[in-house]
Design a binder for this molecule. Structure first.
Ligand code: SAM
Length: 177
């Protein structure tokens, strides 16, 4: 990362990727979007996430928004990087997950990158993003000890939209805590 990017973390929860991205930014900004479902994550709130950002010294680079990733409250082409960790599978219907992929393609800037880590449906995400014109879409299983990384853990890395100025690279490995 150059440090100047606008980064979006979908279903940011208490900020694992959001804060990790913010630590790599200089003039850039990291935005977390979440509905703060307590069934998905205990103690889930915008306040808790902002407090974590403060503890990590990145509060000046972090913003949290309340909203649904199926209909994001952002203009088209707003973000250089979109990330999500173990969040999209919480949308239980296929239509909702497809709507999320449409929204990712909409808010991503030309030349932007997407990194998704999830416990299921990742092949579907990859296919959906390809159908929406993203390029260099790959998905793969994470390596890890079986008890910590079940075999169906896969990720999409380096999905860029068609653009001659596209920058390569993945913003970082997404592992299991
Ligand atoms: C298991 S938590 C993961 C949180 C965080 N990404 C992490 O790695 O710690 C899933 C998160 O997705 C959020 N979420 C679920 N459905 C959502 C939706 N439709 N729009 C936005 N956030 C959603 C939940 O509120 C929760 O914070």
């Amino acid at each position: 990362m150059a440090g100047t990017e606008a980064v979006l973390d979908l279903g940011c929860g208490r900020g694992l990727l959001l804060i990790g991205a913010a630590r790599r930014l200089t003039s850039g900004r990291a935005t977390g979007l979440d509905l703060w479902n307590s069934e998905d994550l205990t103690g889930n709130s915008a306040e808790a996430t902002l407090a974590n950002a403060g503890r990590e010294g990145v509060a000046d680079r972090v913003e949290v928004r309340t909203g649904d990733m199926r209909k994001m409250p952002f203009p088209d082409a707003s973000f250089d990087v979109v990330v999500s960790n173990v969040a999209i599978h919480n949308i239980y219907d296929r239509e909702g997950r497809e709507a999320t992929m449409s929204e990712i393609a909409r808010v991503l800037k030309p030349g932007g990158h997407v990194v998704i880590h999830d416990i299921r449906y990742v092949g579907d995400y990859a296919a959906a993003l390809k159908r929406r014109g993203l390029t260099d879409v790959t998905s793969r299983r994470l390596q890890g000890r079986p008890r910590r990384a079940p075999a169906d853990h896969v990720r999409i890395a380096q999905a860029g939209r068609r653009d001659r100025t596209r920058r390569g690279g993945v913003i970082g490995r997404v592992g299991l805590a």
